[in-house]
Ligand binder design. Structure first.
Ligand SMILES: [Cu+2]
Length: 373
């Protein structure tokens, strides 16, 4: 945050020489750039591509599907899984673990009941003096060992799948936990940055401010900005945090990855189906821990490319545009966010820099680390 404001002061100072009117806007809107943009850039801003995921008012065009990627009222068990790893885990849980736990629990319970009734003092006045039985000792040692080995095989396979490194062509999403909102970077896509705040309910906002509707998603889960990701393409998720430990978790993806200050955690996944998927911070991180939701919109790769262009980013391999002017704003939607304070301000300010910038928006010393570039 301190870095951000320092950069914006620098930027504002630079711009003040070039054009006083521009500097005024820049000073009021915090701008997160890797380096101060050239103040006197003569290039005209590129024609703005429309964001394909929202309408002109910033309301999402794709509505969440009930029961998909979100909890169902009064339901128990896991959410329907979307990713291949999630499906494997779901199968492992429902087909192996749950039946096994049930059988063992019932078996032990029946044994206990039998011992209590059959060998109570009234029914069995002179107890047996047997202290060893080799056959039964072998059975009660070997049987659990065999059960554990049988569980270990699919379990280790699943563990390996969860931490399989992403392939080279993966799209990198960097999720940064903040007290109490998530911010995101797309280091492979020209360093797009966005901030996602929880949307408040209609009766909690002032007049004219944006509030949650069903198009956004369920209460406490909808965010003002969705994380947009392509379907069918491996996603490399990298997490870190600016203040305390958070955890980026989307149940339908079978993803829960701690976001730790000064560290980068990494995992990968593939979303096969378009849709909107919700999650929450899953590490107790402070007073508003429950109010930093995650909303992911999975779109076709073509739509993703259009979204990237709309955010001022670039696709890897595509020819980068010449550095245009300063920041591309985040539409009018930012003001009406849940945090509502200046703290929530590091909004999208993707400078159309030619090289993918991987500079973290955090003060994280390890931030420039292994994001696969
Ligand atoms: Cu958190």
């Amino acid at each position: 945050m301190r870095n951000l404001s320092f950069t914006s002061i620098l930027l504002a100072a630079g711009l003040a020489f070039a054009s006083p009117t521009v500097a005024q806007t820049a000073a009021t809107e915090p701008v997160a750039t890797a380096a101060p943009a050239p103040a006197a850039s003569p290039a005209a801003p590129a024609a703005k591509v429309a964001d394909p995921t929202v309408d002109a008012k910033g309301v999402p065009l794709t509505r969440p599907e009930p029961g998909v990627g979100q909890p169902v009222d009064k339901a128990i068990s896991l959410q329907p899984q979307v990713t291949p790893t999630g499906e494997e885990a779901h199968w492992f849980h429902n087909t192996i673990l749950l039946p096994l736990i049930t059988i063992i629990s019932i078996f032990v319970l029946l044994l206990l009941v039998w011992v209590i009734l059959r060998y109570r003092r009234a029914a069995n006045p002179t107890p047996s003096r047997t202290s060893h039985n080799t056959a039964i000792e072998i059975v009660w040692t070997l049987a659990p060992v065999l059960i554990l080995v049988a569980i270990a095989i699919p379990s280790i396979k699943l563990l390996a799948a969860q931490f399989k490194p992403a392939p080279k062509n993966a799209v990198t999403l960097k999720a940064i936990g903040n007290q109490w909102f998530w911010s995101y970077e797309y280091p492979d896509n020209g360093g797009i940055q966005l901030t996602a705040n929880m949307l408040k309910e209609g009766d909690q906002v002032g007049k004219g401010q944006r509030y949650r509707t069903d198009a956004d998603g369920p209460r406490l889960l909808a965010t003002d900005q969705r994380v947009v990701l392509p379907v069918g393409v491996p996603i490399r998720l990298v997490t870190t945090a600016t203040d305390v430990i958070h955890s980026w978790a989307v149940p339908a993806f079978w993803i829960k990855l701690d976001a730790i200050p000064g560290r980068l955690n990494e995992t990968s996944f593939i979303i096969p189906k378009e849709g909107v998927y919700f999650g929450q911070c899953s590490e107790l991180c402070g007073a508003r821990h429950a109010f930093m939701p995650i909303a992911v919109e999975a779109v076709s790769p073509a739509k993703f490319a259009q979204w990237v262009a709309a955010k001022g980013g670039t696709m890897p391999g595509a020819k980068a545009e010449p550095a245009s002017t300063t920041a591309i704003g985040n539409d009018a939607t930012d003001a009406a966010t849940a945090n509502g304070t200046a703290e929530a301000a590091p909004t999208v300010a993707a400078t159309a820099s030619p090289a993918p910038s991987n500079t973290p928006a955090t003060a994280n010393p390890a931030g420039a680390g292994n994001t696969g570039n």
